[in-house]
Design a protein around this ligand. Sequence first.
Ligand code: ZN
Length: 272
Amino acid sequence: MPNLKTAAVHTMTNKPWALAECCDAYVNAGIGGISVWRNVIEPIGITEAAKIVRGSGLKVPALVRGGFFPGFEPPVRDAAIDDNKRCIDEAAAIGAEMVVLVVGAVVGMSLEDARKQVAEGISRVIDHAAANKVKLAIEPLHPMYAADRSCINRMKEARLCCEQVQSPWLGIACDVYHVWWDPDLEREIALAGANGTLFGFHVCDWRANTRDLLNDRGLMGEGCIDIKMIRSWVEHAGFKGLNEIEIFSTEKWALDQNSYLEQIKRAYVEHV
Ligand code: ZN
């Protein structure tokens, strides 16, 4: 049974809360860490955000998110490089261990070409990441997002990209929501562990009757993912990081967030 100190919560999970409210609530709940989404930094600025996060004493596995590298025109790709460098700077400022990359995909571009541009884009920012001591973690996204959000949909494609770029600063964030269905998941998790590229582990659940492709994630235990089994694979692979709770849900955002956090704590202890 996992201790809450082994958990981090993504600020997006409690979307109605500002950054300071998230920090206070997670500290009071005895949760170990926080992964920060850029939308909560934007209204207050990075200096204030860094003060709040660092002052909380919470561990910070991730800043979410960078990526979106592919584009038909070079200026689009250059703009993505600039934005990713800014994202790395923000991660360094708040003390985040990694930036999560949602790598991008473009309607009308083949997935193969998009993957080439992703590897190219990551290669252009990896030195900046290393200089700032911030890791970059490719998050494979469920294939339902292959058209316009991510041309990397399985752990395997993420591994191939890591093999191309060849940097100790590049690895993978494994989110059960996106990869639970992959028949090669156990093997790929073991490989990532062996390669030293298993940087992040995200948990939530897949509702069998999903009503929205983006904002209808389930709380752990509400869906069909065997999270305990996947966590055992991740631990067996040598993962020592925090288990990040990341739930986008219109339904949950409408709840009183304090009582929802109580539900999250129970779900973590019982189902992760
Ligand atoms: Zn995730």
